[in-house]
Design a protein around this ligand. Structure first.
Ligand SMILES: Cc1cc2nc3c(=O)[nH]c(=O)nc-3n(C[C@H](O)[C@H](O)[C@H](O)COP(=O)(O)OP(=O)(O)OC[C@H]3O[C@@H](n4cnc5c(N)ncnc54)[C@H](O)[C@@H]3O)c2cc1C
Length: 643
């Protein structure tokens, strides 16, 4: 940020015309009094506008703060004094109408609310960029844009903090802020490019480019510019291709960028350096907290590692961090696998701190290879965390948990969390829906599936499990892996067949409610004969017209129904799981609707989901439409394993 000032010779070379009408510097290179006054006035305007910008951002945070805590208070007040519910009805109706619109997915954004927030942010930037500034002066505009780049850099880092105050203030923890971190990053970069381009044009027009390139602060500006370009490119390109390389490049370029920025604006009176130091300190403090945690939790700690079928690894820590709760996540450090890497994984059990990890191509792959070679091995390990925020499930009467694949780590964590805290609350119920690609994946959570059946409160849990790449049900024998005890992998022979129990029957649709979505593609249709051999299949003419995908009707297993009627004992299928396992993709729209629509209007429903993008889209849109003024209170929480 080139910032000519009355206090330094930095901007001493500006001509009066380009500088906005001020007098030219005198022969000694010193600024004339008119020039000094001009720069001082410009500095004041810029500072004023940056304060306005900071206030606008604080206002946005305050809105979220007020919204979050007002709702929190209202729910508690309503519970302790029922008449409040009647009094507050009109406000509730308005609030639900707004949320119904804001929660929905819109193209290019996670939700309409997200789009609105981003639009507000962009408008605020444009207003601050072009208000109270002489737009006909390139240097003056460049100076304003430089300030905006710096202010947005502060925002970028604030949104990147793992230990962010926003987690407490607004219930948005760092991973949910990551998309805003990116948007702020791109915005900062655009202002920086505009700042540099305008000053470059200005200096070349006034024939002073060569002199400027000899200036140490301008060389620092060029270094900073290229560093931030690398930061942006690494996030845009490298992150998807090679996460570890992205991380190293992203962080080292950012450090280089902020140091260079300090040299670009070294004069305290200009205040740019103060902002730079504040931003750097914020980041360093966050890092120190994280490193201290990892060091602290490495003392007298170790992790036991067990292989799971299909590339899974179970990690059990000896020592858990304070405030660990199922559903939150920690960054795991296992130096025997990777010395300088930590990766985020979701806690799904806290009595012994457990994680279930699916092998990808980097750390998780090496971890799995190690474990397969040494099952049950104990290794030195540590953690940073816990992180993550989600609504307290105990505040709700009905909890609908939906997971796709490994996302079940989150929902199994939540259900365990609820079962632990559940007392005799007859109105409380849980719907647990899980879709996996293969039967083998079920073994990852065998213990948890058993708990869902054997727990004292299991009658309150309605479990639906779907295997989307269901094997052709036949008389063939397959090896089906099972886990025992703490997850040691054993291969046992088991017959692959589908099973069903009696009862009501939600349809399994060939589309998961959002045709053409990525997860739809990942979940191939079952061959017709598979269904036909095992279930009553209902095919309408329309289904046949559309390629015979079919809408097979299979039974829906409900613990509640079984236990209240006493007409059916626990179902034990051919895989050793006591839950009915259904082939094909779940019709999420119908399942969510069924779970929510029957709930009385004086109750509250939490829909919490974790899985691939396509699944999340369907869950988000369906749930948004169910937020109705005259229906039950509906809350949505979407958790995703990535950013
Ligand atoms: C909040 C959160 C909770 C998660 N919980 C679980 C869980 O309980 N179980 C589970 O199996 N997986 C979970 N994941 C995903 C898990 O962190 C990644 O699969 C893992 O870090 C991949 O490591 P890798 O080196 O093998 O990845 P690679 O093979 O190098 O990359 C695979 C994918 O993982 C992403 N990735 C790699 N490293 C990281 C990282 N440090 N942080 C974020 N993303 C990364 C890459 O962008 C890429 O998309 C979670 C992710 C997040 C963000």
């Amino acid at each position: 940020m080139s910032q000519p000032s009355s206090h330094t010779p930095n901007g001493g070379g500006h001509t009066g015309t380009a500088g906005g009408g001020a007098a030219a510097p005198n022969d000694g290179g010193r600024e004339s009094p008119a020039m000094q006054a001009f720069f001082a006035a410009r500095q004041r305007k810029n500072e004023h506008m940056m304060k306005m910008y900071a206030l606008a951002l604080c206002g946005l945070v305050a809105l979220f703060f007020v919204f979050h805590w007002t709702r929190w208070l209202c729910v508690r007040a309503e519970r302790s004094w029922r008449p409040l519910a009647t009094l507050g009805r009109p406000f509730v109706a308005i609030e639900r109408f707004v949320r119904n619109l804001l929660v929905r997915k819109v193209p290019g954004f996670k939700s309409a609310g997200h789009a609105l927030l981003v639009t507000t942010y962009v408008v605020a930037n444009v207003v601050v960029g072009f208000t109270n500034v002489n737009t006909s002066s390139k240097a003056t505009l460049a100076s304003r844009f430089g300030w905006l780049a710096l202010s947005n850099l502060g925002l970028v880092i604030f949104l990147a903090l793992k230990n962010t105050p926003l987690a407490f203030l607004t219930a948005y923890s760092y991973e949910r802020l990551n998309c805003l971190h990116r948007i702020a990053g791109y915005t900062m970069f655009i202002w920086m490019v505009l700042h540099a381009s305008l000053y470059t044009t200005f200096f070349s027009e006034s024939g002073r480019m060569v002199t400027k390139f000899k200036d140490r602060s301008e060389i620092a500006a060029i270094v900073a510019g290229f560093s931030f370009l690398t930061v942006v490119l690494s996030a845009t390109i490298l992150q998807r291709i090679w996460y570890e390389l992205f991380y190293v490049v992203h962080i080292s370029s950012w450090i280089m960028g902020i140091v260079a920025l300090g040299f670009h604006q070294p004069v305290i009176a200009n205040k740019g350096i103060i902002v730079t130091l504040l931003v750097a300190s914020m980041w360093i403090l966050d890092r120190l907290i994280r490193i201290t945690r990892v060091l602290y939790y490495s003392l007298n700690n170790e992790a036991k590692l067990y292989p799971l079928p299909n590339g899974g690894t179970k990690v059990i820590f000896k020592k858990a961090p304070a405030r660990a709760a199922a559903g939150k996540h920690c960054f795991i450090w296992i130096p025997a696998v990777r010395k300088f890497e930590t990766h985020p994984f979701t806690i799904y059990k806290t009595d012994s701190l457990e994680f279930t990890i699916k092998a990808q191509n980097g750390f998780t792959h090496d971890l799995h290879q190690n474990v397969v070679a040494n099952p049950g091995i104990s290794v030195r390990a540590s953690l940073d965390g816990p992180y993550g925020t989600f609504p307290d499930p105990m505040d709700y009467d009905k909890i609908v948990l939906i997971a796709g694949g490994g996302g079940a780590t989150f929902t199994f964590g939540l259900v365990a969390n609820i079962l632990e805290r559940l007392h005799d609350e007859p109105h409380k119920s849980i719907t647990f829906i899980w879709a996996v690609k293969k039967h083998e994946n079920l073994a990852w959570f065998k213990e948890h599936l058993e708990t869902l059946k054997s727990h004292a409160h299991s009658p309150k849990v309605d479990v639906s499990i779907y295997v989307t790449r269901s094997p052709v049900a036949s008389q063939h024998h397959h090896h089906l892996p099972h886990i025992h005890g703490h997850g040691l992998l054993h291969q046992t022979q088991s017959r692959m067949s589908e099973s069903s129990s009696g009862g009501s029957s939600p349809p399994i649709s060939p589309t998961s409610g959002g045709s053409g979505s990525p997860d739809t593609e990942k979940m191939p249709q079952l061959p017709l004969h598979t269904h036909a051999q095992n279930h009553a299949v209902t095919l309408s003419e329309k289904d046949l017209e559309h390629g015979g995908g079919g809408v097979p009707v299979v039974s829906h297993h409900s613990n509640t129904a079984e236990n209240t009627t006493g007409t059916e004992s626990h179902h034990h299928n051919a895989h050793g799981y006591e839950h009915a396992i259904k082939p094909g993709r779940p019709d999420m729209v119908t399942l969510i609707r069924q779970a929510v629509v029957g709930t009385p209007s004086n109750q509250r429903v939490l829909v919490a989901a974790c899985g691939p993008d396509g699944l999340m889209r369907v869950v988000r849109d369906t749930t948004a439409r169910l937020i109705q003024g005259d229906g039950p209170g509906v809350e949505l929480h979407c958790e995703q394993f990535g950013w």
